[in-house]
Design a protein around this ligand. Sequence first.
Ligand code: OXD
Ligand code: MN
Length: 595
Amino acid sequence: MNIEVKNKKLKAWIQEVADMCTPKDIYICNGSNEEYDQMIKLLLDSGIAIPLKKRKNSFLFRSDPSDVARVEDNTYISTPDQIEAGPTNNWIAPDDLKKTMKDLYKGCMKGRTMYVIPFSMGPIGSPIAKIGIEISDSPYVVVNMHIMTRVSDRVLELLGTDGDFIPCLHSIGAPLEPGQEDSKWPCAPIEKKYISHFPNENLIWSYGSGYGGNALLGKKCLALRIASAMARRESWMAEHMLILRLTSPEGKQYHIAAAFPSACGKTNLAMMQPSIPGWKCECVGDDIAWMKIGPDGRLYAINPENGFFGVAPGTSYETNPMAMDTLKENCIFTNCALTDEGDVWWEGMDGDPPKHAIDWKGNDWTPESDSVAAHANARFTAPAAQCPVICEDWEKPEGVPIDIFIFGGRRSSVVPLVTEAYSWDHGVFLGSTAASETTAANIGSVGNLRRDPFAMKPFCGYNMGDYFQHWFNMGGKLGDKAPRIFYVNWFRKSEEGKFLWPGFSDNSRVLKWMCERVEGSVGAEETPIGLIPKEGDLDVNGVDMPSDDLKELLKIDSEAWKAEIPDIEHHLSTFGDRLPDKLKKQLDEFKKRLG
Ligand code: OXD
Ligand code: MN
């Protein structure tokens, strides 16, 4: 061990894990740049990291083809009673799960270094921040955690001898026997992967995967699953939301938090540059919001993360120029293609595809190849501070006051471009019945419609019926200071299968309408599903689109909505007696409005 650990709980936990996992040595991380460089050197020397000639201090990694996304089927919320985990989570009783996992953990770090990573989610020392310690046998995890969280020896200082932290145990599950050649991306087979959460103990155990949210435990595991359970107990909110600041030409600031499922454009919206003159947009966060009621009764949000772990394919100067500029240096790329010039490439990047590249599996690739060059869930890991439009207040310990909540998803039909909820309770109904076509962010089929309430289905660390009630309770506490709630769908298609809305920077037009609704400066039309812009109120000046398309985008087809009712009813019925009465009431009112 390179330094002496003073915190009693941490000292005991390190010993316990070392005894169980039997690593060859233990290294306590300090978060310094030198440490990052040393770690990268180690990864370069072993041929795991590929340096990119075209991007300063940036590296490409290729995962094992079996380990490319979050594994929701192997993710558990382990509470003493199954009902506390609820119908949206996989469940195994804590004692059984711990027994199975302890057997797997036994000797699992043989031949490897055990890294102890002290990190803070949120600015170090902020009253909203939480301290986690990840133990991992993956140097790839260490370098990614350096970017995605605040890894620092100051965290250990802050803990002192008796401070508390959230233990996050991770192993790739690939012990190395003496003389055995290591693979480039060691991991365990799918049936041995476990991403386990014990919310009653604030504890995370992950085994068998080295990828993204399965392994960088500060993100989905701590900042969403464990934090959502803590937030319910402590009356705050941990949400799968981007946070942005929109400033009007008059200089008025609006803060917007938006929940969309994985790979539905949160990063693009968070960094969007408005196409409407005079409006300015700045990014506070692209994936997670922690929100608490402030002394003035309003809801304040912080981004607990320190970086972006974004989906690379589809990111371009056209779709997200600010992300492209964020990626110029000091980044990690995973499962992107490698060009002959020594740069990364992915489908959807600007310009022509390279004539030749090495694909994410390490094979030769040309535009004629049958397969994609970059995996659909290829990712970039980038420091948030490098984003050219990062908001100057993004690290403000008390956060920014939220004016507007947006929910949404990817729906090629039925759901209009934008709807405003009639009330907070109606907004909770919209959030709890949100649905989206599935993407490659999870292992599983792509393009099926699934109900993804509040974009939290994979991330809620307790019974989602209780989560809905928590939203109602927060609304009660916020009263008339509660953010206004809207629902959007950028992805509606024409009968010919073309997207009807240009999206990206033109989404600012929809946000502008929301701000005008908050100000009370525009009206809205009542429809069975909510309030929609009156003709002429949505600023489409300069957008090159047929007026019929706009009509189609805002069309409410009552018959199509009626046809959704059985699925909505079925979805809500899965929460049994945990379904809040207020949601039943909202459903009844919705049915009445549909007639
Ligand atoms: C993510 C996800 O990585 O939601 O943010 O899958
Ligand atoms: Mn996400």
